[in-house]
Design a protein around this ligand. Structure first.
Ligand code: WTA
Length: 643
């Protein structure tokens, strides 16, 4: 494959940027020519942010899997599409060539059809990081079913909520999943999630861990049996025919946290998402044919969707998929993998870098990292110390580091340097990609035109116009999409992030300005955690805020009013953590739980989180204006009891 739209110099970047803003129709139309269409589009772009209504390549017909698989068969059939490394370093590598991937996807697509899945149906996928997860995702796309992948760390209750919201009738799962030293009983979690569920008709179960599972007659079937039925009954040419999709047909739903209690289903559509993930993959990482790309994210998050599956595969790349975690069996795991597969591009999260940095240089001894050419980070702001450690100890100052800022809602990277092509600046995401028009606004939505005392423009980060990968709606509730993203400021998409811009036009993302936490790169809403804590029988009320955490970036601090005696053996605290694990999942467990007798509230009953945040951060000086509080005395009591 060649990528005629790959930007090769800073001048080319500037030129492409200018064109993308002046004539987006022509710019993206030209790029879209490099994909496989059943029918070309009638109109490149149609949009307004008031409804919002956003259409890219309307009238176009395609199937994204023909772009990720079929079109590569002539030239790349025996090249690895996916290289899979097990959680267990002793287990054999699986190399899935494009030919094999195509066959497996077609085969599983037929399995889905045989089990009653039709175009537009929602299929929930709850699996570990094994190639079959990629097969399942692509098989859905192949037949036009809408996949909704749920991260393996979410609890039965979280799954039940998502199934319910998506009205999903089908589930693909595993008996269990390996993660480090743990064996997570996925099927059993699904069984819990399905108690009382009358909508799910079929659960397809792949065998990975040989954990005992209970298979419900008439509902549950084995992946392996279903796959054999396909090859036993149909000739290869017959199965898994790609469905012709409209450019704007939904491709998938992915649930993500916002500032309200319930996660929302972000909807991406076929053509725009395909063009955006491919374009950003090829440009940000400067992918060259034959390189091995290792994105360490889980496919349960958007980063895995876009940069393990759709971006790399649509570009005919080799994508390395890792089942395990960076610190198991030891903190040299990533470096062993880099050496073993001669990884060229490594894309990971600042939290992983900080955690590995904590182990010092020892795990790096004797590891050959010379294959590395590009390093990337994503998911949260990277502090300078971690950036430099990554650059020096991993990249040996020889690999450009790309700091990629984006969101579940943006489909792919929006602000980042292009590896080796545009300049890097530690802890700055730097420049917007072509098609991306950031603007910093104040509380009132006015564009910030004055610099602050440090010489930066500082404000809330918004985007003025759509790029092909922008979300189209939130599943089943378009109004929610409008109010969440398009109603805060008129005619702008609001990201929820705060940012700085310097003289050169570089952006630095400072973090969320709404009630969303970013814990180890995972988005968690404070309201969601509060709701979970409040489910505990002994809890009267709670308030949750974030605080700086050395490894996780942000930790979760919970203030809890408890009705019983909370201090017996820490039991109440443990019970509360168990409740949060049960309602959301272990990733949302507070790091600190402080029992308090009251919360700082205004006379109208609103909790003043600003004060709680300052206390959690360890502020010893002024907490700002507390005169509007109903009971100012409670503040000192809380501060004295800080953990
Ligand atoms: C944060 C992950 C600073 C940001 C792809 C955003 C970042 C949220 C960066 C989205 C970065 C992501 N620098 N902050 N390079 N990348 N973020 O939806 O707050 O899981 O709004 O998408 O992560 O998280 P999400």
């Amino acid at each position: 494959m060649s990528y005629p739209y790959q930007i090769k110099s800073f001048e080319q970047y500037q030129e492409a940027y200018k064109q993308s803003v002046n004539d987006p129709g022509k710019f993206w139309g030209d790029i879209a020519e490099h994909f496989t269409w059943r029918k070309k589009w009638d109109k490149v772009l149609d949009w307004n942010f008031t409804q919002p209504k956003i259409e890219w390549f309307a009238g176009g017909k395609l199937n994204i899997t023909e772009n990720c698989l079929d079109r590569h068969l002539a030239t790349l059939s025996d090249k690895p599409a996916i290289i899979w490394e097990s959680n267990n370093p002793e287990e054999k590598t699986r190399i899935v060539t494009y030919e094999r991937l195509h066959k497996r996807v077609c085969q599983f697509a037929q399995v889905l059809k045989n089990n009653g899945v039709k175009k537009g149906d929602r299929v929930c996928i709850y699996m570990g990081m094994i190639p079959e997860l990629a097969y399942a995702v692509l098989a859905c796309a192949r037949i036009g079913a809408i996949h909704s992948v749920i991260f393996g760390g979410f609890s039965a209750q979280s799954i039940a909520d998502r199934l319910d919201d998506a009205k999903a009738e089908f589930i693909v799962t595993c008996d269990g999943a390996y993660r480090g030293g743990k064996d997570i009983p996925l099927k059993s979690v699904i069984d819990d999630a399905l108690i009382g569920n009358k909508v799910v008709k079929r659960v397809i179960v792949y065998t990975r861990t040989r954990t005992p599972v209970s298979m419900l007659k008439g509902r549950d079937v084995w992946w392996e049996d279903e796959m054999t039925k396909v090859t036993d009954t149909l000739p290869v040419e017959e199965f898994g025919k790609a469905e012709e999709m409209d450019a704007e047909d939904p491709l998938f739903v992915l649930y993500t946290s916002g500032s309200t209690g319930k996660p929302k289903g972000v909807v991406h559509t076929c053509a725009g998402y395909m063009v955006w993930t491919n374009y950003t993959f090829v440009n940000v990482f400067q992918y060259q044919p034959g390189q091995v790309h290792f994105c360490t994210a889980d496919i349960g998050w958007i980063t895995g969707h876009s940069y393990i599956i759709y971006g790399p595969l649509s570009a005919g790349a080799t994508s390395l998929m890792f089942e395990g975690i960076p610190t198991w069996p030891d903190a040299g795991r990533f470096w062993d993998i880099v050496q073993k597969y001669k990884v060229n591009i490594l894309y990971t999260a600042p939290t992983a870098i900080r955690s590995l940095m904590g182990f010092g240089e020892e795990p790096l001894q004797g590891k050959d990292l010379s294959s590395l050419q590009v390093l990337g980070t994503v998911g949260e702001p990277i502090n300078e110390e971690a950036w430099h450690w990554y650059d020096e100890h991993i990249g040996k100052k020889n690999c450009p580091v790309v700091d990629t800022w984006w969101q579940t809602e943006t489909g792919g990277v929006l602000i980042s340097n292009l590896a080796g092509v545009t300049p890097a600046k530690p802890s700055w995401a730097t420049l917007p990609l072509p098609g991306v028009q950031p603007v910093l606004v104040d509380e009132k939505g006015q564009e910030v035109t004055e610099k602050d005392e440090d010489g930066y423009y500082k404000g809330n980060l918004c985007l003025k116009a759509p790029w092909p990968g922008i979300l189209r709606t939130t599943y089943g509730d378009h109004e929610r999409c409008r109010t969440n993203y398009f109603a805060t400021y008129e005619n702008l998409y609001f990201t929820g992030d705060g940012a700085l811009r310097d003289e050169q036009g570089f952006y630095r993302i400072t973090g969320r300005v709404d009630d969303v936490l970013n814990v180890s790169g995972h988005r968690i809403g404070t309201a969601e955690v509060e709701n979970a804590i409040n489910m505990h029988a002994g809890v009267v009320e709670s308030a949750v805020v974030g605080y700086p955490h050395d490894i996780k970036g942000q930790g979760i601090y919970a203030y809890v009013i408890y009705s019983g005696k909370p201090d017996v053996d820490d039991l109440a605290k443990k019970d509360i953590l168990a409740t949060v694990s049960r309602i959301i999942g272990p990733i949302a467990k507070p790091d600190k739980v402080q029992f308090v007798s009251g919360l700082p509230k205004t006379r109208s009953g609103k909790i003043m989180r600003r004060i709680l945040r300052k206390i959690a951060e360890g502020e010893t000086g002024s907490l700002g204006d507390t005169s509007t509080l109903l009971d100012p005395a409670v503040v000192e009591e809380i501060r004295n009891g800080r953990l």
